[in-house]
Design a protein. Sequence first.
Length: 386
Amino acid sequence: MIPYGRHEVTPEDIENVIKVLSLDFLTQGPQVPRFEQIVGDYCGAQNAIAVNSATSALHIACLALGLGPGDHLWTSPITFVASANCALYCGAEVNFVDIDPRTYNLCPNALEHKLIAAEKEGRLPKIVVPVHMCGQPCDMQAIQTLGHKYGFKIIEDASHAIGGKYQREPVGNGRYSDITVFSFHPVKIITTGEGGMALTNDIELANRMTLLRSHGITRDPALMTHAPDGAWYYQQIDLGFNYRLTDIQAALGVSQMTRLDEYVSRRHALAKRYDALLADLPLIRPWQHPAGHSAFHLYVIRIQGKRIRRTYAEVFQMLRAQGVGVNLHYIPVHTQPYYRRLGFKLGDFPQAEQYYAEAMSLPLYVTITEAEQDKVVRLLTEALTS
Ligand SMILES: *Cc1c(COP(=O)(O)O)cnc(C)c1O
Protein backbone atom coordinates (compact mmCIF):
# COMPACT_ATOMS: atom_id res chain seq x y z
CA MET A 1 0.00 0.00 0.00
CA ILE A 2 1.25 3.48 -0.88
CA PRO A 3 0.12 5.42 2.23
CA TYR A 4 -1.25 8.97 2.10
CA GLY A 5 1.49 10.15 4.44
CA ARG A 6 4.63 8.78 5.98
CA HIS A 7 7.47 10.01 8.18
CA GLU A 8 11.14 9.75 7.33
CA VAL A 9 13.58 8.71 10.05
CA THR A 10 17.22 8.76 8.87
CA PRO A 11 20.21 6.86 10.35
CA GLU A 12 21.37 10.23 11.68
CA ASP A 13 18.02 10.73 13.49
CA ILE A 14 18.41 7.30 15.07
CA GLU A 15 21.95 8.07 16.20
CA ASN A 16 20.82 11.36 17.74
CA VAL A 17 18.01 9.65 19.66
CA ILE A 18 20.22 6.78 20.83
CA LYS A 19 22.76 9.25 22.22
CA VAL A 20 20.11 10.69 24.53
CA LEU A 21 19.19 7.23 25.82
CA SER A 22 22.60 6.87 27.47
CA LEU A 23 22.63 10.38 28.99
CA ASP A 24 21.29 11.53 32.37
CA PHE A 25 17.85 12.73 31.31
CA LEU A 26 15.13 10.92 29.41
CA THR A 27 12.70 13.72 30.22
CA GLN A 28 13.00 17.31 31.55
CA GLY A 29 16.64 17.50 30.45
CA PRO A 30 18.40 19.78 27.96
CA GLN A 31 16.89 18.43 24.70
CA VAL A 32 13.44 19.96 25.17
CA PRO A 33 14.65 23.57 25.63
CA ARG A 34 17.04 23.02 22.72
CA PHE A 35 14.18 21.89 20.47
CA GLU A 36 12.06 24.83 21.64
CA GLN A 37 14.89 27.26 20.88
CA ILE A 38 15.42 25.83 17.39
CA VAL A 39 11.73 25.92 16.42
CA GLY A 40 11.21 29.34 18.04
CA ASP A 41 14.23 30.78 16.18
CA TYR A 42 13.18 29.20 12.89
CA CYS A 43 9.73 30.78 13.14
CA GLY A 44 10.83 34.07 14.67
CA ALA A 45 8.73 33.59 17.80
CA GLN A 46 9.96 34.74 21.21
CA ASN A 47 8.63 31.77 23.19
CA ALA A 48 8.07 28.13 22.30
CA ILE A 49 6.59 25.54 24.66
CA ALA A 50 6.98 21.90 23.67
CA VAL A 51 4.25 19.48 24.71
CA ASN A 52 3.27 15.87 24.07
CA SER A 53 0.79 16.65 21.25
CA ALA A 54 -0.84 19.47 19.32
CA THR A 55 -4.05 18.52 21.12
CA SER A 56 -2.36 19.32 24.46
CA ALA A 57 -0.98 22.54 22.98
CA LEU A 58 -4.47 23.61 21.88
CA HIS A 59 -5.84 22.81 25.34
CA ILE A 60 -3.26 24.84 27.30
CA ALA A 61 -3.42 27.63 24.70
CA CYS A 62 -7.18 27.95 25.35
CA LEU A 63 -6.68 27.88 29.12
CA ALA A 64 -3.87 30.45 28.96
CA LEU A 65 -6.20 32.78 27.04
CA GLY A 66 -8.77 32.36 29.80
CA LEU A 67 -11.34 30.26 27.96
CA GLY A 68 -13.92 28.81 30.33
CA PRO A 69 -17.62 28.08 30.89
CA GLY A 70 -19.86 30.63 29.18
CA ASP A 71 -17.20 31.45 26.59
CA HIS A 72 -17.31 30.61 22.88
CA LEU A 73 -14.62 29.31 20.54
CA TRP A 74 -15.06 29.20 16.77
CA THR A 75 -13.09 27.14 14.30
CA SER A 76 -13.37 25.55 10.87
CA PRO A 77 -15.54 22.44 10.36
CA ILE A 78 -12.87 21.07 8.00
CA THR A 79 -10.23 20.10 10.51
CA PHE A 80 -9.23 17.32 12.85
CA VAL A 81 -11.61 17.15 15.82
CA ALA A 82 -8.92 18.42 18.22
CA SER A 83 -9.28 22.02 16.94
CA ALA A 84 -12.83 22.05 18.34
CA ASN A 85 -12.50 19.64 21.29
CA CYS A 86 -10.04 21.99 23.02
CA ALA A 87 -12.91 24.36 23.75
CA LEU A 88 -15.04 21.60 25.27
CA TYR A 89 -12.13 20.56 27.54
CA CYS A 90 -12.35 24.07 29.01
CA GLY A 91 -16.12 23.91 29.49
CA ALA A 92 -16.66 26.47 26.72
CA GLU A 93 -18.98 26.25 23.71
CA VAL A 94 -17.85 25.51 20.15
CA ASN A 95 -19.18 26.84 16.90
CA PHE A 96 -17.94 26.72 13.34
CA VAL A 97 -17.35 29.10 10.44
CA ASP A 98 -17.81 27.71 6.93
CA ILE A 99 -14.84 27.34 4.60
CA ASP A 100 -13.66 29.23 1.54
CA PRO A 101 -14.34 26.78 -1.34
CA ARG A 102 -11.00 27.59 -2.99
CA THR A 103 -8.57 27.27 -0.05
CA TYR A 104 -10.66 25.03 2.27
CA ASN A 105 -9.66 27.40 5.07
CA LEU A 106 -12.03 29.26 7.38
CA CYS A 107 -13.62 31.98 5.23
CA PRO A 108 -13.11 35.54 6.54
CA ASN A 109 -16.35 36.74 4.89
CA ALA A 110 -18.36 33.98 6.56
CA LEU A 111 -16.58 34.87 9.80
CA GLU A 112 -17.57 38.53 9.51
CA HIS A 113 -21.23 37.67 8.83
CA LYS A 114 -21.32 35.35 11.80
CA LEU A 115 -19.67 37.97 14.03
CA ILE A 116 -22.26 40.60 13.06
CA ALA A 117 -25.06 38.21 14.01
CA ALA A 118 -23.30 37.05 17.20
CA GLU A 119 -22.75 40.62 18.37
CA LYS A 120 -26.49 41.28 18.22
CA GLU A 121 -27.11 38.18 20.33
CA GLY A 122 -24.25 38.90 22.74
CA ARG A 123 -22.54 35.63 21.84
CA LEU A 124 -19.23 36.82 20.41
CA PRO A 125 -16.37 34.30 20.51
CA LYS A 126 -13.48 34.73 22.93
CA ILE A 127 -11.18 32.71 20.65
CA VAL A 128 -11.11 31.93 16.93
CA VAL A 129 -8.96 29.00 15.75
CA PRO A 130 -8.07 29.30 12.04
CA VAL A 131 -6.66 26.02 10.71
CA HIS A 132 -4.02 26.14 7.96
CA MET A 133 -5.61 23.31 6.01
CA CYS A 134 -3.15 21.19 4.00
CA GLY A 135 -0.41 23.58 5.12
CA GLN A 136 -1.83 26.57 3.24
CA PRO A 137 -1.99 29.63 5.53
CA CYS A 138 -5.38 31.20 6.24
CA ASP A 139 -6.10 34.83 5.38
CA MET A 140 -4.59 35.90 8.71
CA GLN A 141 -4.59 39.62 7.98
CA ALA A 142 -8.37 39.65 7.49
CA ILE A 143 -8.94 37.45 10.54
CA GLN A 144 -6.72 39.63 12.73
CA THR A 145 -8.54 42.78 11.58
CA LEU A 146 -11.83 41.16 12.64
CA GLY A 147 -10.19 40.11 15.90
CA HIS A 148 -9.35 43.72 16.70
CA LYS A 149 -12.86 44.88 15.78
CA TYR A 150 -14.76 42.18 17.68
CA GLY A 151 -12.29 41.53 20.50
CA PHE A 152 -11.43 37.87 20.05
CA LYS A 153 -8.07 36.16 20.50
CA ILE A 154 -6.53 33.99 17.78
CA ILE A 155 -4.91 30.56 18.04
CA GLU A 156 -3.49 29.37 14.71
CA ASP A 157 -3.84 25.60 14.38
CA ALA A 158 -0.73 25.19 12.24
CA SER A 159 -0.56 21.42 12.72
CA HIS A 160 -0.13 21.13 8.93
CA ALA A 161 1.95 24.21 8.40
CA ILE A 162 5.39 24.25 10.05
CA GLY A 163 7.83 25.39 7.36
CA GLY A 164 5.10 27.29 5.50
CA LYS A 165 5.08 31.05 4.98
CA TYR A 166 2.48 33.80 5.06
CA GLN A 167 3.27 37.19 3.48
CA ARG A 168 6.82 35.86 3.00
CA GLU A 169 7.34 35.26 6.73
CA PRO A 170 7.33 31.94 8.62
CA VAL A 171 4.06 30.60 9.96
CA GLY A 172 4.43 30.73 13.74
CA ASN A 173 6.00 34.18 14.02
CA GLY A 174 2.91 35.44 15.81
CA ARG A 175 2.41 38.57 13.75
CA TYR A 176 -1.28 37.82 13.23
CA SER A 177 -2.22 35.75 16.26
CA ASP A 178 -1.73 35.25 19.99
CA ILE A 179 -0.56 31.63 19.89
CA THR A 180 0.42 29.21 17.10
CA VAL A 181 0.26 25.45 17.53
CA PHE A 182 2.27 22.77 15.67
CA SER A 183 1.87 18.97 15.61
CA PHE A 184 4.75 16.50 15.33
CA HIS A 185 2.60 13.41 14.73
CA PRO A 186 4.37 11.10 12.20
CA VAL A 187 2.15 12.06 9.25
CA LYS A 188 2.87 15.78 9.71
CA ILE A 189 5.81 17.73 8.24
CA ILE A 190 8.38 16.76 10.89
CA THR A 191 7.89 14.28 13.71
CA THR A 192 8.76 13.45 17.30
CA GLY A 193 6.51 10.34 17.38
CA GLU A 194 3.86 12.19 19.35
CA GLY A 195 4.46 15.84 20.09
CA GLY A 196 3.39 19.41 19.67
CA MET A 197 4.42 22.97 20.38
CA ALA A 198 2.81 26.30 21.24
CA LEU A 199 4.52 29.51 20.11
CA THR A 200 3.79 33.00 21.36
CA ASN A 201 5.42 36.43 21.65
CA ASP A 202 3.53 37.14 24.89
CA ILE A 203 5.70 36.19 27.87
CA GLU A 204 2.69 35.95 30.21
CA LEU A 205 0.92 33.47 27.93
CA ALA A 206 4.19 31.56 27.65
CA ASN A 207 4.60 31.40 31.43
CA ARG A 208 1.01 30.23 31.90
CA MET A 209 1.37 27.51 29.26
CA THR A 210 4.68 26.38 30.79
CA LEU A 211 2.94 26.00 34.17
CA LEU A 212 -0.06 24.17 32.70
CA ARG A 213 2.18 21.73 30.82
CA SER A 214 3.54 20.42 34.11
CA HIS A 215 0.83 20.17 36.81
CA GLY A 216 0.67 23.91 37.49
CA ILE A 217 3.86 23.49 39.52
CA THR A 218 6.59 26.14 39.72
CA ARG A 219 10.07 26.30 41.25
CA ASP A 220 10.38 30.02 40.49
CA PRO A 221 10.27 31.96 43.80
CA ALA A 222 8.92 35.01 41.95
CA LEU A 223 5.70 33.12 41.19
CA MET A 224 5.20 31.66 44.69
CA THR A 225 2.72 32.92 47.29
CA HIS A 226 5.51 33.09 49.89
CA ALA A 227 9.28 32.61 50.06
CA PRO A 228 10.39 29.01 49.47
CA ASP A 229 10.52 26.85 52.62
CA GLY A 230 13.92 25.56 51.44
CA ALA A 231 15.93 24.27 48.51
CA TRP A 232 13.47 21.37 48.05
CA TYR A 233 10.48 23.63 47.68
CA TYR A 234 8.02 23.84 44.81
CA GLN A 235 4.49 25.15 44.68
CA GLN A 236 1.41 24.12 42.77
CA ILE A 237 -0.20 27.45 41.92
CA ASP A 238 -2.62 26.31 39.20
CA LEU A 239 -4.31 23.09 38.06
CA GLY A 240 -2.14 21.77 35.25
CA PHE A 241 -1.46 18.49 33.48
CA ASN A 242 1.40 16.22 32.54
CA TYR A 243 1.69 17.33 28.91
CA ARG A 244 5.49 17.17 28.79
CA LEU A 245 7.52 16.08 25.77
CA THR A 246 10.40 13.69 26.59
CA ASP A 247 14.06 14.40 25.85
CA ILE A 248 14.05 11.34 23.61
CA GLN A 249 11.29 12.87 21.47
CA ALA A 250 12.90 16.30 21.52
CA ALA A 251 16.18 14.83 20.24
CA LEU A 252 14.29 13.40 17.27
CA GLY A 253 12.66 16.79 16.73
CA VAL A 254 16.00 18.62 16.80
CA SER A 255 17.38 16.17 14.27
CA GLN A 256 14.31 16.45 12.00
CA MET A 257 14.39 20.27 12.07
CA THR A 258 17.68 20.20 10.12
CA ARG A 259 15.66 18.94 7.12
CA LEU A 260 12.52 21.08 7.45
CA ASP A 261 13.24 23.40 4.50
CA GLU A 262 14.30 20.48 2.34
CA TYR A 263 11.07 18.68 3.27
CA VAL A 264 8.87 21.60 2.29
CA SER A 265 10.70 22.07 -1.04
CA ARG A 266 10.35 18.37 -1.76
CA ARG A 267 6.62 18.51 -1.01
CA HIS A 268 6.26 21.46 -3.40
CA ALA A 269 8.13 19.57 -6.12
CA LEU A 270 5.88 16.54 -5.64
CA ALA A 271 2.75 18.70 -5.66
CA LYS A 272 3.92 20.42 -8.85
CA ARG A 273 4.45 17.02 -10.41
CA TYR A 274 0.92 15.93 -9.45
CA ASP A 275 -0.38 19.24 -10.86
CA ALA A 276 1.19 18.48 -14.24
CA LEU A 277 0.21 14.81 -14.34
CA LEU A 278 -3.40 15.50 -13.34
CA ALA A 279 -3.93 18.57 -15.53
CA ASP A 280 -6.23 16.87 -18.05
CA LEU A 281 -8.35 14.86 -15.61
CA PRO A 282 -11.89 15.79 -14.55
CA LEU A 283 -10.96 16.96 -11.06
CA ILE A 284 -10.06 20.11 -9.13
CA ARG A 285 -6.41 20.47 -8.13
CA PRO A 286 -5.26 22.37 -5.03
CA TRP A 287 -5.51 26.13 -5.50
CA GLN A 288 -2.77 28.22 -3.92
CA HIS A 289 -3.40 31.71 -2.58
CA PRO A 290 -0.58 34.05 -3.66
CA ALA A 291 -0.16 35.44 -0.10
CA GLY A 292 0.94 32.08 1.24
CA HIS A 293 3.60 29.47 0.72
CA SER A 294 2.08 26.16 1.80
CA ALA A 295 3.95 23.51 3.76
CA PHE A 296 1.96 21.05 1.59
CA HIS A 297 1.09 18.60 4.32
CA LEU A 298 -1.70 17.29 2.08
CA TYR A 299 -2.45 17.20 -1.64
CA VAL A 300 -6.24 17.27 -1.81
CA ILE A 301 -8.14 16.91 -5.08
CA ARG A 302 -11.88 17.29 -5.55
CA ILE A 303 -13.80 14.77 -7.57
CA GLN A 304 -17.15 15.89 -8.90
CA GLY A 305 -19.77 13.24 -9.51
CA LYS A 306 -21.36 15.03 -12.46
CA ARG A 307 -18.05 14.96 -14.36
CA ILE A 308 -17.37 11.20 -14.04
CA ARG A 309 -19.25 7.92 -14.37
CA ARG A 310 -18.39 6.50 -10.94
CA THR A 311 -19.40 7.66 -7.50
CA TYR A 312 -16.89 9.12 -5.08
CA ALA A 313 -17.10 5.96 -2.95
CA GLU A 314 -16.41 3.75 -5.99
CA VAL A 315 -13.31 5.74 -6.96
CA PHE A 316 -12.08 5.67 -3.36
CA GLN A 317 -12.65 1.91 -3.08
CA MET A 318 -11.01 1.17 -6.44
CA LEU A 319 -7.86 3.05 -5.44
CA ARG A 320 -7.68 1.47 -1.99
CA ALA A 321 -8.20 -2.01 -3.47
CA GLN A 322 -5.25 -1.41 -5.80
CA GLY A 323 -2.87 -0.30 -3.08
CA VAL A 324 -3.26 3.47 -3.23
CA GLY A 325 -3.86 4.78 0.29
CA VAL A 326 -6.12 7.70 -0.54
CA ASN A 327 -7.76 9.37 2.43
CA LEU A 328 -10.36 11.99 3.31
CA HIS A 329 -9.33 15.02 5.35
CA TYR A 330 -11.73 15.70 6.97
CA ILE A 331 -15.22 14.60 7.86
CA PRO A 332 -16.81 17.94 8.89
CA VAL A 333 -16.53 18.08 12.68
CA HIS A 334 -20.10 19.33 13.15
CA THR A 335 -21.45 16.12 11.55
CA GLN A 336 -19.73 13.82 14.06
CA PRO A 337 -22.23 12.09 16.39
CA TYR A 338 -20.75 13.79 19.45
CA TYR A 339 -21.27 17.21 17.86
CA ARG A 340 -24.75 16.35 16.59
CA ARG A 341 -25.66 15.66 20.20
CA LEU A 342 -24.59 19.25 20.91
CA GLY A 343 -27.18 20.42 18.35
CA PHE A 344 -25.28 20.67 15.05
CA LYS A 345 -26.91 19.20 11.96
CA LEU A 346 -26.40 18.50 8.27
CA GLY A 347 -26.84 21.69 6.29
CA ASP A 348 -25.25 23.95 8.91
CA PHE A 349 -22.07 24.53 6.86
CA PRO A 350 -22.82 23.86 3.17
CA GLN A 351 -19.36 24.60 1.74
CA ALA A 352 -17.74 22.21 4.21
CA GLU A 353 -20.31 19.52 3.42
CA GLN A 354 -19.85 19.97 -0.34
CA TYR A 355 -16.09 19.69 0.18
CA TYR A 356 -16.61 16.48 2.17
CA ALA A 357 -18.53 14.94 -0.75
CA GLU A 358 -15.62 15.55 -3.15
CA ALA A 359 -12.26 15.79 -1.36
CA MET A 360 -9.60 13.09 -1.64
CA SER A 361 -6.03 13.24 -0.27
CA LEU A 362 -3.50 11.66 -2.61
CA PRO A 363 -0.31 10.09 -1.22
CA LEU A 364 2.24 12.82 -0.49
CA TYR A 365 5.35 12.39 1.64
CA VAL A 366 9.04 13.11 1.22
CA THR A 367 10.11 9.55 0.40
CA ILE A 368 7.44 8.79 -2.21
CA THR A 369 9.10 7.85 -5.53
CA GLU A 370 8.19 9.11 -8.99
CA ALA A 371 7.20 5.54 -9.89
CA GLU A 372 4.79 5.45 -6.94
CA GLN A 373 3.39 8.84 -7.89
CA ASP A 374 2.96 7.61 -11.48
CA LYS A 375 1.08 4.57 -10.20
CA VAL A 376 -1.27 6.79 -8.20
CA VAL A 377 -1.94 8.90 -11.31
CA ARG A 378 -2.42 5.89 -13.59
CA LEU A 379 -4.95 4.22 -11.28
CA LEU A 380 -6.74 7.50 -10.60
CA THR A 381 -6.97 8.15 -14.34
CA GLU A 382 -8.46 4.72 -14.85
CA ALA A 383 -10.99 5.22 -12.06
CA LEU A 384 -12.07 8.64 -13.35
CA THR A 385 -12.16 8.05 -17.10
CA SER A 386 -12.88 4.37 -17.81
C1 LIG B 1 -2.91 16.39 13.63
C2 LIG B 1 -3.78 17.54 13.96
C3 LIG B 1 -4.09 17.91 15.27
C4 LIG B 1 -3.73 17.08 16.45
O1 LIG B 1 -2.37 16.83 16.52
P1 LIG B 1 -1.81 15.80 17.60
O2 LIG B 1 -0.36 16.17 17.69
O3 LIG B 1 -2.02 14.44 17.04
O4 LIG B 1 -2.53 15.99 18.87
C5 LIG B 1 -4.83 19.06 15.47
N1 LIG B 1 -5.27 19.81 14.44
C6 LIG B 1 -5.00 19.47 13.16
C7 LIG B 1 -5.49 20.36 12.08
C8 LIG B 1 -4.27 18.32 12.88
O5 LIG B 1 -4.04 17.97 11.62
